[in-house]
Design a protein around this ligand. Structure first.
Ligand SMILES: [Fe+2]
Length: 209
């Protein structure tokens, strides 16, 4: 199967001023597109590899032939991580932190402020390029983790509910070297409805939503 670049569910300027239009355009139409193209190129040699979605591909990464495994980690991870990232975002200050995710963050992580503290630390201390994540682990508990480069939490049997791209390409035009400012602003554009939907389907869905 061929993977395709998903369309953004909003215009490139939708997240302004937290994430600027130009950054979104380059990030989606160039960076994400390249991951999809490179993933398809890596899989060309093995037409029998046929997963119904990139999430399933990443969950089964250990079944991928050794000669293309790292390419699939980098580019399949790049595809699934970015697809998840775009859908998690909404216009600044429009989404309410409520519902089941609020209760679960209270019980598993000690409340919203603690979540912000843990997530900020994960995103800030990820050296070089990578991601910060809110995930559900195999025991059904929430965790805040970070991954290197384009590694996906799905490779460790963790279901990502929310991710933040901390590669420089995600913020450099607007924030330059001020990654902490970008992280601080991120909390204004989280789409909690989407996170709640992922929480509801985390157990029975093969693919990340
Ligand atoms: Fe990115």
């Amino acid at each position: 199967m061929k993977f395709e670049l998903p369309e953004l569910p909003y215009a490139y300027d939708f997240l302004e001023p937290v994430i600027d239009e130009k950054t979104m355009e380059i990030h989606h139409s160039k960076h994400h597109a390249t991951y999809v193209n490179n993933l398809n190129a890596a899989l060309e040699k093995y037409p029998e590899i046929d997963f119904k979605c990139p999430g399933q591909l990443m969950r089964n990464i250990n079944d991928i032939p050794a000669d293309i495994k790292q390419a699939v980690i980098n580019n399949g991870g790049g595809h699934v991580n970015h697809s998840l990232f775009w859908k998690s975002l909404t216009s600044p200050d429009t989404s309410k932190f409520e519902g089941d995710i609020k209760e679960k963050i209270d019980s598993d992580l000690g409340g919203y402020d603690k979540f912000v503290e843990l997530f900020t630390a994960a995103a800030t201390t990820r050296f070089g390029s990578g991601w910060a994540w809110l995930v559900i682990n195999k025991d059904g508990k929430l965790e805040v983790v970070s991954t290197l480069n384009q590694d996906s939490p799905l490779m460790e049997n963790k279901r990502p509910l929310l991710g933040l791209d901390v590669w420089e390409h995600a913020y450099y035009l607007n924030y330059q070297n001020r990654r902490p400012d970008y992280i601080k602003e991120f909390f204004r554009i989280i789409n909690w409805d989407v996170v709640n939907d992922r929480l509801e389907h985390a157990k029975n869905c093969e693919c990340s939503r």
